[in-house]
Design a protein around this ligand. Sequence first.
Ligand code: HEM
Length: 526
Amino acid sequence: GLLQDLTGPLALEFSKLGTASQVGVVIASFIFLSVFLNVSRQLLFKNPNEPPVVFHWFPLIGSTVTYGMDPPRFFKENKKKHGDVFTFILLGKKTTVYLGTQGNDFILNGKLRDVCAEEIYTVLTTPVFGKDVVYDCPNSKLMEQKKFMKIALTTEAFRTYVPIISDEVSSYFKRTAAFKGPSGIVDLPPKLAEITIFTASHALQGKEVREKFDESLAALYHDLDMGFSPINFSLHWAPLPWNNRRDHAQRTVAKLYMDIIKSRRASGETGAQDMMYHLMNSTYKGDIPVPDHEIAHMMIALLMAGQHSSSSTSSWIMLRLASQPKIMEELYDEQVRALGAELPPLTYEDLAKLPLNQAVIKETLRLHAPIHSIMRAVKQPMSIPGTKLVIPTNHVLLAAPGFSASDPQYFPNPELWDPHRWAADAVNAPNIARNAAAEEETIDYGYGLVSKGTGSPYLPFGAGRHRCIGEQFANVQLQTIVAMIVREFKFRNVDGSDKIIGTDYASLFSRPLEPAKIYWERREKA
Ligand code: HEM
């Protein structure tokens, strides 16, 4: 009766419209309905045992856009509203963020039966690295692989790396057109990406591999890199052009490494210091040698893991120096004071004599850690100590160690890039509660003793079983690159200001927005 009276005229109106607009109306009603249901559910059904959910209009999309544009801002705004623990929708997935030092510890030191990294990362990494390594094998095998890699990075190896890296840097500036003449303007990040790959490949994989980067390898690694686009979290399987190029590049690069391994084995070589040689002579538990294809895939994984993080960090260092040229002068003076005015060839031992040079890296990683979000799948319901919250198994956990690294309770004037804060008794010295016991606490997950990091607000290299094994290498590489560039150049911003460019969060590793141009001037030689 009444309903018909009301809807009757409406139905008549609809029937007058064409089919196309009928489809339009159906779609619009569907969207309206799903938004309506989604919003009502958030307002009406709040589960007191689950973290608060970040408000969002659309199901599936959720907060993907606001998070993706600027994760640190997203974390900051939602901490204000919800505290340290909250859930947001990332591409349809309930993602629970746990900020602060307790959150870092809860997620990064989570037990193997509670949290899982490979479930998240394997779709991206396995097609790029290849089978049977890193996230395409049981965690116990990854721990053994990390042990092999870590053992290879000895002081003895680092001694050989410093001259290799400094020669690469010098020869790069001699032959690169953008640095011809006494001064100029250059877009820095692409140049530092090249310097990073040349220095890492030469030190870790030897001269033969390094030389191939002047020819085919640079393009192949670029194709591998495209496999790491965030869109591949959903489309990793699709026969799209970039995925076909990724697969071709993986096969080609792996074969190249395997051919080198074969010929090195045949030559009966002994006593080399590079990573490949070390892996060729490592054995899994039960005396099982590492198969050639696994060595090849680990070589790809190592170079890729180091490339983005080190190249982004070196770009930020140089952009920060351009915005504060005074610090660049202090770095130069430090070298003259510690090593002598003639600035002899750099050695591994010299690096320890340059504390400001080290602090520049430490401070840059505090503000510009390249990995802003670390994710884990939840394998068992996990209760958060001291609360009634339980994280269910259909959630993903997200740790953001960069968040505590810019928290004013630990770092006075957190937004200020101040390398001097790491010196004893500095004005902005970190205010880290000296819980000696917690800070010294170490643990062995199967790849050597590492600090648990429990309670530390500064974890740019992560913590727990997935902690970085490349930290010392990255430090040697970055300290050498910075020291060599400081010897050669003075930088400043093109407009002479102290501005710093924004961050590009669009790829998996954050980095400076491009172009990031600076003005350079060749230093007068004494
Ligand atoms: C893991 C940061 C350089 C190899 C990690 C993790 C972080 C990190 C935060 C933990 C990821 C997680 O828990 O999911 C950095 C930074 C670097 C750097 C900031 C440079 C500034 C390197 C280099 C290498 C390397 C140069 C290789 C020589 C690795 C490996 C892992 C790792 C093998 C272990 C992954 C796992 O166990 O799941 N790194 N890294 N990293 N990194 Fe690095």
